[in-house]
Write a protein that binds this ligand. Structure first.
Ligand code: CTP
Length: 401
């Protein structure tokens, strides 16, 4: 997660039971390479201890004692001035009210007032408290001041009731943090469409023809484009993966669905990471094929080639300024990839050797060679799909410059 590596995140924790979940957030941020400084309010200390946070961040966790300590006159200034982002999670109704009114009566609120970095809050409170006109008015005030707000979610609340007021899960807050940090990235103001997963071609209402694509590389590309500040649409077939926070999702199944979805879109860049079917049944049986009727003879026809279809619409109807594809090959990698680069009208193709057991389908790593329309090549060593995605996104940003 290079977007987080080396970043200084100030994590304010206030008095809600969700404070224990913020320890997981602090841990995730630290593991992603961020320097995390935690400030607990005295109410937060009733739920968790500074030691909880120190143990996961490896750094001192600050409390109100530090407001009145030896370094008091500079503490809140230095914390707030050096941070890339101040995250307050959980943020109680009380702290929201203080932030909205500029009240600075503890180390966290005084730091928030002195901070020059963006602020992101993850509210957590009982449903009635969140809906209260006072809280809603405070929320509005904060949003007008460009404070970023993540959540709250609907669900079971500490009171045992259900409603809107649950703090978002740490993974979701992490997604919002990535968006906040990537806002001015290389793809800021650009729209990127990513397709992901293996398409499904129906045989009957029960059976499909599909392939081994897990969607991992496509989802990693969507996340990398979000990290670079792009507005991202992810056109995905059914997968077991959690979509990145901030991506607009379009769910599809067949190649035809994916093509239809793409024909309604325009974007600066299209990254076709999906493994589209090349063949599909000529007829889709309306009823389930029964064993008693014998072994079916399934006649196949060519499925539309999405990239070729889109490239044939080039010229006035050109929908994407830069188009990137993938070449999944088990032999003659570069020759086949270079042929696809030309025949599919691509600006760049990521050639991956699916015969290697550490690259291609359903593994965490990839070994990719990027080929460009101008003949340039970039041979990437074995790396995680997230790292490969970052490299591809960097090239796309360069091609869009
Ligand atoms: N692709 C597409 N439409 C399809 C199948 C694939 O647009 N019906 C895209 C993929 O998303 C990928 C590129 O074409 O970006 C290459 O896909 P690949 O499966 O490697 O090649 P194919 O074109 O299917 O050719 P072959 O199966 O002969 O290798």
């Amino acid at each position: 997660m290079s977007i987080l590596s080396g970043k200084h995140i100030l994590l304010g924790v206030t008095g809600s039971i969700a404070a224990y979940k913020a320890a997981d957030l602090a841990s995730k941020l630290t593991q992603a390479g961020a320097q995390v400084d935690v400030i607990l309010t005295s109410a937060a200390e009733k739920f968790v201890t500074p030691l909880t946070y120190q143990s996961v961040t490896g750094r001192k966790a600050y409390t109100d004692k530090d407001l009145w300590g030896d370094e008091a006159h500079v503490m809140h200034i230095s914390l707030g001035k050096t941070a890339d982002l101040l995250v307050i999670a959980p943020c109680t109704a009380d702290t929201m009210a203080k932030l909205a009114h500029g009240i600075a009566d503890n180390l966290l609120t005084v730091t928030a007032l002195a901070a020059t970095c963006p602020i992101l809050i993850a509210p957590a409170m009982d449903g009635g408290m969140f809906d209260h006109p006072a809280t809603q008015a405070n929320l509005q005030t904060l949003q007008t001041r460009l404070v970023l707000v993540a959540g709250p979610a609907a669900g079971r609340l500490a009171s045992g009731m259900s409603g809107v007021g649950r703090m978002l899960e740490p993974m979701d807050i992490l997604g919002h943090i990535r968006i906040a940090l990537g806002k001015n990235g290389k793809l800021a103001g650009k729209k990127v469409i990513v397709t992901a997963g293996g398409t499904q071609e129906a045989i009957d209402p029960v059976r499909i023809i599909t392939n081994h694509s897990s969607g991992k590389q496509g989802y990693a590309l969507a996340q990398a484009a979000l990290d670079a500040g792009a507005e991202v649409t992810l056109i995905t077939t059914p997968t077991t993966l959690t979509p990145p926070v901030g991506a607009k999702l379009i769910n599809v199944k067949s190649v035809q669905d994916m093509l239809d979805a793409l024909l309604k879109e325009n974007a600066d860049a299209l990254i076709m990471a999906a493994a589209g079917a090349d063949f599909r049944p000529v007829n889709v049986a309306k009823e389930k094929l029964k064993k008693r009727d014998g072994i079916p003879q399934i006649q196949l026809e060519a499925a539309p080639d999405i990239l070729k279809t889109l490239s044939s619409l080039n010229g006035e109807k050109k929908r994407f300024k830069v188009t990137a594809g993938f070449a999944a090959e088990s032999r003659d990698l570069l020759a086949n990839a270079s042929e696809k680069l030309k025949s599919k009208g691509l600006d760049l193709i990521a050639a991956n050797d699916i015969s290697a057991n550490d690259a291609g389908f359903n593994v965490e790593t990839n070994r990719i060679t990027l080929l460009f329309a101008n003949g340039m090549q970039d041979i990437l060593p074995l790396m995680s799909k997230a790292e490969a995605a970052e490299k591809i996104v960097e090239h796309i940003a360069r091609l869009l410059e």
